[in-house]
Write a protein that binds this ligand. Structure first.
Ligand code: PMP
Length: 410
């Protein structure tokens, strides 16, 4: 495929023309959420203008259209992840809800006293808190795979943590705080060799790299639509079909049952059994449109382009006086994290905002990994395929002005 034509791509994202504090927006907060192409915005409008109905239940035309659109989106997710079957794709609100679903359904049915749940030091709070709740409830133990100075998981130490008591391993494919790409496939293999079930958090990976759940062989894989150019409020639990069908439901309600009496309830097979009540139909359809968009660009193309941009940004940021990059793993997605000597991270964020540059500053809901590096907060620019070297230049110039005490020239 030809390389990405980023100037053309940028025209697909109306918000990138927004002006902030008198400057054109430079959106470098993609790890928090991504912007939406016009095709996604249009697809959601089209749904409400022409297809809106509740799904499955009614026998009228719009119910059929809405059901078709919703199920077509499920098929797009299946293809995006290379799952074997659409029955392995459960729609939820986002990665957080996805992990809670697995913890509360699979976890409650399978974790017992004395069992061990292994997570990594890199995890987002969303992949720590639900497991800690479960471990406390069941009398199980949470164990943590350590990382080295570069922010990469130490495989030997991870392997040593795995044993007959390990029931579940949950870890991220890409760290939201440092950008580390973990050796996920090898970690799944090692966990399976120890007899454990594995959940991979794909919240930060799906926008940066091609994901193949069959190749990865994770038992569960979760992500949020909003981090992959789709709307908020929609996300996915992928689970191997046999495991999903052997797992009790989480929430109870309409849609997820085959038969209800006051004495006995029969549930649907997956995915229905995990989709109680009216789901986020329109935004699932929007997620389908986002998958169409990134698939047309090609995830491998996106990964290649972002890698070049990451190298460029890393090279320029390193030279800013007083700037220390945190997270220097050889394998990284385009997320950068840094501190600036003499400046609080929130002051750096505020100074950049004055120039229309959006970055995240704070703990990024990943306090354990920042504390591993003796930090409470970092500044985190995170890049997507619509970012350019000019965006990086704007960031770096603003940082030079900040450290030299000069005011921006407009
Ligand atoms: N895991 C990781 C690695 C994340 O970066 C995030 C979002 N910052 C989440 C989980 C939670 O995603 P959400 O807030 O969309 O549920």
């Amino acid at each position: 495929r030809p390389p990405l034509d980023v100037n053309l791509i940028r025209r697909d994202f109306p918000i990138l023309s927004e002006r902030v504090n008198g400057r054109q927006l430079v959106w470098l907060d993609n790890a928090a959420t991504t912007q939406k192409p016009q095709s996604v915005i249009d697809r959601i409008s089209y749904f409400y203008e022409h297809e809106n109905s509740n799904i499955h239940r009614a026998a009228h035309e719009l119910a059929a259209r809405a059901t078709d659109a919703y199920e077509a989106a499920r098929e797009k997710v299946r293809g995006f992840l290379n799952a074997r079957s659409v029955n392995e794709v459960v729609f939820v609100r986002g990665a957080t809800e996805a992990i809670n679903l697995v913890a509360q359904s699979w976890g409650r049915a399978n974790i017992r006293e004395g069992d061990e749940i292994v997570v990594s030091h890199l995890e987002h709070h969303a992949n720590i808190v639900p497991w800690k709740h479960l471990a406390d409830e069941k009398g199980a133990k949470l164990r943590v795979a350590p990382v080295d100075e570069s922010g990469q998981i130490i495989l030997d130490e991870y392997a040593r943590l795995l044993g007959p008591r390990t029931r579940l391993v949950a870890f991220t494919q890409v760290s939201n705080a440092l950008g580390t790409i973990t050796p996920a496939k090898r970690m799944v293999e090692l966990a399976h060799a120890a007899g454990a079930t594995v959940l991979v958090d794909g919240a930060q990976s799906v926008s940066h790299m091609a994901v193949d759940v069959q190749d990865l062989d994770a038992d569960f894989f979760v992500f949020s639509g909003h981090k992959v150019f789709a709307p908020t409020g929609i996300g996915v639990v992928y689970g191997k079909e046999a495991i999903l069908n052997a797992t009790p439901p989480w929430q109870g309600g309409g849609n997820m049952i085959r038969d209800v009496t006051f004495e006995h309830i029969e549930y649907h097979d997956a995915p229905g059994r995990f989709e109680a009540g009216t789901g986020n139909i329109a935004d699932a359809v929007g997620l389908g449109a986002a998958i169409d968009y990134v698939s047309a660009l090609g995830m491998d193309n996106i990964a290649r382009y972002e890698h070049e941009l990451l190298l460029y940004a890393t090279r320029l940021l390193k030279d800013v006086p007083g700037l220390t990059l945190v997270g220097t793993a050889a394998d990284k997605a385009s997320v950068l994290s840094f501190t600036l000597a003499g400046f609080k991270t929130e002051d750096v964020g505020a100074a950049l905002n004055k120039e229309g540059i959006a970055v995240r500053s704070g703990h990024h809901c990943a306090q354990p990994i920042l504390r591993r590096f003796g930090l409470e907060a970092t500044v985190r620019p995170s890049l997507a395929f619509y970012n350019t070297c000019a965006d990086v230049d704007a960031l770096v110039s603003a940082l030079y002005r900040l450290v030299s005490g000069r005011r921006p020239i407009y």
